[in-house]
Design a binder for this molecule. Structure first.
Ligand SMILES: [Mn+2]
Length: 374
């Protein structure tokens, strides 16, 4: 634990070695060049199982299949699945592959739009040396998007879990045993993904620190908590309010009224977040200081109210949510965006947040202390 935090206060040449696993990823990642016409969908944490009652993927399976087939494939998106796609802690691969066979075919079809890559997470790392695995040719540990001179690194995120990393092989065997033979019959759901806030925070903080030092954007999964520009929803609302307060001082009368209205709406939404007891964002904000937009998290596809995903389209990056039409109430107003419905499917897509990559990299380059500092 101490290692993560002492890393924040040191500087100079030693600094990069604070994250040896992540440094290694940055160098070994499969490079993919982006251009102004690139369109990419990033999904993570499907946790596909056997299609039965204990399969966490099952409730959203139709939604995922539908949006891939009827939206992203048609709209010529490429696809990256960012880890924990199969739930091998609970189910054998053969069962998963036969249950979700159609979906495996669908994943592969994205190659025709550009590329399809799959990174592995802690729940599907065992597939790495399995040559008969259906997605073997697309499986890598990490992918780096080359965006002009900038780098966007995609990896699952468990690599930053310093507390567990050293003992993973032994430990995961024990976890697999527990989940497959004990937890499963007892009906315990989501045991291994039930991260507590402190562990999520330590992991995000470690990746945030690494990304700022390397001056890159990291896109992760693993914690099941969507982050946009390093911020969770609560953090984002707080930040937005602060930004408006600052603008208020120099605004004219008309703009002042507009700002007041916006702040009222944001405050109401923030209150709503707390009321629902959302376990996102820790007291005092995630990073306390000036936020640097260096970490994004696609969220997950086993959410109760739909799925979250990241889209890159040319120079824009977006956090989107797909849900069944009935549940639109919980996602409104953050960006004044309206949901759009995918014809005849009853599914809606709403942009929860969006920004330009150029803006994000400007902030990173201006605000982050890089490896040349000190
Ligand atoms: Mn994971």
């Amino acid at each position: 634990m101490a290692g993560i935090f002492t890393g924040l206060f040191s500087s100079g040449g030693k600094a990069m070695r604070k994250h040896p696993h992540l440094e290694r990823l940055l160098h070994t990642a499969t490079p993919v060049k982006l251009d102004h016409s690139s369109k990419i969908l990033i999904l993570s944490d499907l946790h596909m199982g056997n299609g039965g009652r204990l399969d966490d993927f099952r409730p959203n399976a139709t939604l995922v299949k539908t949006i891939l087939k009827s939206y992203y494939l048609q709209e010529e998106y490429s696809l990256v699945l960012n880890g924990d796609i199969e739930e091998l802690y609970k189910f054998p691969l053969a069962t998963i592959e036969s249950e979700w066979s159609e979906l495996y075919d669908l994943f592969q079809q994205f190659k025709q739009n550009g590329f399809f890559w799959k990174t592995y997470g802690n729940h599907d790392a065992a597939l790495l040396n399995n040559n008969s695995y259906r997605l073997a040719s697309s499986l890598v540990e990490s992918v780096k998007f080359l965006y002009g001179k900038e780098t966007i690194l995609l990896f699952h995120g468990h690599q930053a879990s310093v507390i567990l990393w050293e003992s993973i092989p032994l430990l995961s065997r024990a976890i697999i045993f527990f989940l497959r033979y004990i937890a499963k019959p007892a009906g315990i759901k989501n045991y291994s993904v039930a991260y507590n806030s402190r562990r999520k925070y330590a992991l995000e903080k470690s990746i945030y620190d690494f990304s700022n030092r390397a001056k890159i954007i990291s896109i992760i999964g693993h914690t099941h908590r969507p982050l946009f520009e390093s911020l969770s929803k609560v953090d984002f609302l707080n930040y937005k309010i602060e930004e408006l307060c600052r603008a208020y001082a120099s605004a004219d009368t008309e703009l002042c009224r507009e700002i007041e209205e916006k702040i009222d709406a944001l405050k109401a939404e923030l209150e709503e977040c707390y009321k629902k007891g959302k376990k996102v964002g820790l007291p005092g904000g995630l990073y306390n200081m000036l936020p640097i937009p260096s970490v994004f998290n696609s969220g997950c596809t086993i959410g109760k109210r739909g799925i979250t995903a990241l889209e890159i389209e040319g120079s824009m990056i977006r956090l989107v949510c797909w849900y069944n039409g009935k549940q639109s109430e919980s996602f409104t107003s953050t960006k004044d965006n309206r949901p759009t419905t995918l014809a005849e499917t009853g599914l809606s897509r709403i942009v929860l947040n969006e920004d330009s990559l150029d803006y994000a990299f400007s902030r990173i380059n201006l605000l982050a202390r890089g490896r040349t500092d000190g």
